[in-house]
Ligand binder design. Structure first.
Ligand code: G3P
Length: 228
């Protein structure tokens, strides 16, 4: 499963991209509305930082306007993927944009039936919102599994993108269920790092090594001998 970062914050992308684990990014109007600066500059900067598919969302409700906005957003950068909210007009816009070779990420997908329609419309990604399902006491793992298993047999190329990730367990569930991508907020990436045994293990190794000062100087000397 590949990782995208879910944010409108360039500084968060800079930090997490530095870990070498990102394949793309997703933005949405709410995430971008939190940021200072022109949306086009932010989206282009994030595209450059992740060097991969970066979703930018249309905001109109009718297909003709969505298609116009989608064409314009796609021209911002070669990595832009147009994000389209699920609806009948969204399906029509997705079909038209995909026909023009513009990749679409259908967002706000909450059921296997919506995902099946999304795949038929030609979307590259179907974004299943796990956190928002759990928010209303609908088990996100069950719905995500239904979406993955519904799309598989049909031989569709539409990838399941797990979104609205609220904690590390959502990431594990998405991977276990076979989602191709999870888009993760920076805060959750940090939570995924943590394990008490890793911390204590690193401290123990350091302490044991430093208990042998001759070893410390040996390694420092070994490093200093390396060609620049
Ligand atoms: O970017 C889409 C989605 O991941 C937003 O999730 O529910 O945390 O706003 P949420």
């Amino acid at each position: 499963m590949r990782f995208f970062i879910d944010t409108g914050s360039v500084s968060e992308v800079e930090e997490i991209a530095g870990w070498g684990i990102l394949s793309g990014a997703t933005t949405n109007p709410s995430l971008l509305a939190k940021e200072d600066g022109e949306p086009g500059d932010i989206i282009r900067r994030i595209c450059d930082l992740v060097g991969g598919p970066t979703s930018a969302e249309v905001v109109s409700d009718d297909a003709p306007a969505m298609i116009e906005e989608g064409r314009a957003l796609a021209k911002l950068h070669e990595h832009v993927v147009v994000k389209v909210p699920f609806s009948a007009d969204g399906l029509a816009a997705t079909h038209a944009l995909s026909d023009e070779g513009i990749r679409v990420n259908m967002t706000l997908v909450f059921s296997a039936t919506q995902a099946l329609l999304t795949a038929q419309a030609g979307a590259t990604y179907a974004s299943c919102f796990m956190g928002r399902l759990d928010d209303i006491s609908i088990d996100s793992a069950t719905v995500t599994e239904e979406i993955v298993t519904a799309l598989r047999p049909g031989g569709t190329t539409t990838q399941v993108l797990a979104a609205s990730i609220r904690h590390p367990e959502h990431v594990v569930t998405a991977a276990r269920l076979g989602c191709e991508v999870a888009t993760v907020p920076a805060k959750v990436f940090h939570q995924m790092l943590n394990h008490p045994l890793t911390e204590s293990g690193r401290e123990r190794f350091k302490a044991d090594w430093q208990s042998r000062p001759e070893f410390v100087s040996w390694l420092r000397e070994l490093v200093s001998k390396q060609p620049a």
